[in-house]
Design a protein around this ligand. Structure first.
Ligand SMILES: NC(=O)c1ccc[n+]([C@@H]2O[C@H](COP(=O)([O-])OP(=O)(O)OC[C@H]3O[C@@H](n4cnc5c(N)ncnc54)[C@H](O)[C@@H]3O)[C@@H](O)[C@H]2O)c1
Length: 249
């Protein structure tokens, strides 16, 4: 098992990438705190882990709320005694170019996608230092790597996640804390359900992917497992595209 007795927090753990990663980390021996804004889905994933003999708690939280973030970190320490891994993965997508994007939507996207990652680092790091090290994994996006149309706040937030990840990697390497980010390409989860239901848009998004298929939640979970485990012990500050080759093509 790659994560035996490690303790992991996964935000956005109730759905998509976060859910698949929570189940995979638990299968690999981790104790998992499943964090989601939608409480029922977090509870469902934690129950799924427990039903096969794993250890998990569910915590309802909004990652953009400082009190909530402190709370889910505290709950993790209370339940499992330490913290080894945080996967800052919760995110939202609200489309719109510079003229269309409402300021309140810009603020919400930046709050969840970027401030949420900052807060996850801020409250996890002291426990990782105490523990002699740790691993931070952040979910950015292909939208951080190439020009991304009609989603100005989303693209800006994900670009911020890449820069934030490098800053954290540099500041905390001396504490044996590694920080890396994953840049998923277009993947079939709840966040893309409506867009990919439209045959024309589906074909448009599929066309530039060299591997000829959309990503699946397990593709991201497998990358997160690699980055969380000692297999990546010498990797920090990395920006890993998991996108079927989209952004290199
Ligand atoms: N699916 C894709 O094509 C794709 C591509 C690139 C990046 N991403 C990123 O991957 C991450 C996961 O997305 P997904 O595809 O699994 O989507 P998803 O919608 O299936 O999962 C996102 C989860 O985050 C939760 N969440 C949203 N806002 C939250 C908040 N404020 N606090 C706590 N939880 C919150 C949602 O309830 C949901 O369970 C996001 O950061 C997204 O931007 C997705």
């Amino acid at each position: 098992m790659l994560l035996k007795d490690r303790v992991a927090i996964i935000t956005g753990g109730g759905s998509g990438f976060g859910r698949a990663t929570a189940l995979l980390f638990a299968k690999e021996g981790a104790k998992v705190t499943v964090v989601d804004y939608v409480e029922e889905s977090a509870i469902k994933v934690a129950d799924e882990i427990k039903s096969v003999g794993g250890e998990s708690i569910a915590v309802k939280a909004d990652v953009s709320d400082e009190k909530d973030v402190k709370h889910f970190v505290d709950e993790t320490i209370r339940a499992f005694g330490k913290l080894d891994i945080v996967f800052n993965n919760a995110g939202i997508y609200i489309p719109g170019n510079a003229e269309q994007q409402k300021v309140e939507d810009w603020n919400r996207v930046l709050d969840v996608n970027l401030k949420g990652v900052f807060l996850g680092c801020k409250y996890a790091i002291p426990h990782m230092k105490e523990n002699g090290g740790g691993v931070i994994i952040n979910t950015a996006s292909a939208a951080a790597l190439i020009g991304f149309p009609e989603a100005i706040a989303y693209a800006a937030s994900k670009g911020g996640v890449v820069s934030l990840t490098r800053a954290v990697a540099l500041d905390y390497a001396k504490f044996n804390i590694r920080a890396n980010c994953i840049c998923p390409g277009t993947s079939e989860t709840a966040i893309t359900k409506d867009v990919l239901a439209d045959p024309q848009l589906r074909a448009m998004f599929l066309a530039p992917i060299p591997l000829g298929r959309f990503g699946q939640a397990d593709d991201i979970a497998n990358a997160a497992l690699f980055l969380a485990s000692d297999l990546s012990a010498y990797i920090t500050g990395a920006v890993l595209p998991v996108d079927g080759g989209w952004t290199m093509a």
